[in-house]
Write a protein that binds this ligand. Structure first.
Ligand SMILES: NC(=O)c1ccc[n+]([C@@H]2O[C@H](COP(=O)([O-])OP(=O)(O)OC[C@H]3O[C@@H](n4cnc5c(N)ncnc54)[C@H](OP(=O)(O)O)[C@@H]3O)[C@@H](O)[C@H]2O)c1
Length: 291
């Protein structure tokens, strides 16, 4: 039995889909408020709960052999990115779990002090590595599925808003490839007890994204390049009324202000270990936008 957290999310639902396609037993951890119809339809067992509650995590882990942690944090990094994963790891030990796959983030090890999600991910990574469990830690760059709503907006308006340095590099990864890597991590020997940066096959600059949209839709892009200090100004003002939200925005700012790309040799290594070629961004977008 696989336990998948974040099972309704972009990565999680693809993980559940892949597992069910190969007839694996899956327990999908979902909230009552989530859209979980597809998971049920695919034959996953639903566990309805909330990752903020230890008792729910404890129950969900009973009798599972593998855990794939893909949940996000809704702005509460301490409760969800940190505590929920620590509890999942503890319960994995109690239940004799054979392999724990953790979705971290590229740059988790860079010590970004202002980014609660990055800090939480790094602490969980350390805890998992020293837990004695078999593990695979995946550190993805940006997910291609995040771009789908932006591409739809571009299709209608031709506008793309880019905040910060347009020359910053990124390695957007196909969300389907990431899900496949997560699932295969439990069986591929070379993935055992490893930490992998996960990106797409090529290094892009952030301005390559509207250019890609432009090629797909055959439309001249109107790129609105907003400076980062606008985010800082907004953040400062927000801090006056909601200090917690101001802190959460630190992760967003970190993502905008830095480069998140994988080196060519890291991608070559990933392809060699998981034995499939990673999908270029343009191909991913065309598949989902039916072009
Ligand atoms: N998006 C990126 O570009 C990116 C890049 C690097 C790493 N990551 C990491 O990848 C992971 C997944 O990202 P994603 O974009 O697939 O996330 P997502 O689509 O936002 O999904 C988040 C999932 O977490 C679930 N969740 C949130 N709070 C919960 C709670 N209290 N109890 C139970 N479930 C809860 C959500 O359930 P509901 O359906 O109920 O909301 C949803 O299934 C995250 O750990 C993220 O940090 C993402």
């Amino acid at each position: 039995m696989f336990l998948v957290t974040g099972a309704t999310g972009d990565i999680g639902r693809r993980v559940v889909r892949l597992l069910r396609e190969s007839d694996k037993q899956v327990r999908a951890f979902v909230r009552l408020s989530s859209h979980y119809g597809e998971l049920e339809h695919r034959g996953a067992e639903l566990f309805i709960g909330d990752l903020r509650f230890e008792r729910d995590i404890k129950k969900a882990c009973q009798g599972v052999r593998y855990i794939i942690s893909t949940h996000g944090s809704d702005g509460d990094a301490l409760a969800l990115d940190y505590r929920a994963n620590i509890e999942l790891i503890d319960q994995a030990k109690v239940n004799g779990v054979e392999h724990f796959v953790f979705i971290s983030v590229l740059g988790a090890d860079r010590g970004y002090e202002d980014a609660p999600v990055f800090k939480a991910k790094r602490e969980v990574e350390k805890y998992l590595v020293s837990s004695g469990l078999n593990y695979t830690i995946l550190r993805p760059a940006g997910l291609a599925s995040n771009l789908l709503p932006l591409a739809e907006r571009f299709r209608e308006t031709g506008i793309y808003v880019l905040i910060g340095d347009a020359k910053n590099r990124t390695s957007i990864v196909s969300t389907d490839d990431l899900a496949k890597i997560a699932v295969n991590s439990v069986s591929v020997i070379g993935a055992r007890n490893q930490i992998f940066p996960v990106g797409g096959p090529s290094i892009l600059t952030r301005e390559d994204i509207p250019r890609t949209f432009s090629r797909i839709f055959n439309k001249e892009p109107v790129i609105i390049n907003a400076p980062l200090f606008l985010v800082d100004g907004f953040r400062g003002a927000l801090g006056l009324i909601n200090p917690q939200a101001q802190k959460s925005l630190g992760t967003f700012r970190t993502l905008l202000a830095n480069e998140f790309f994988c080196k060519t040799e890291e991608i070559t290594n990933l392809e060699a270990i998981f034995t499939f070629p990673l999908e270029p961004l343009e191909s991913f977008l065309k598949r989902y936008l039916s072009i």
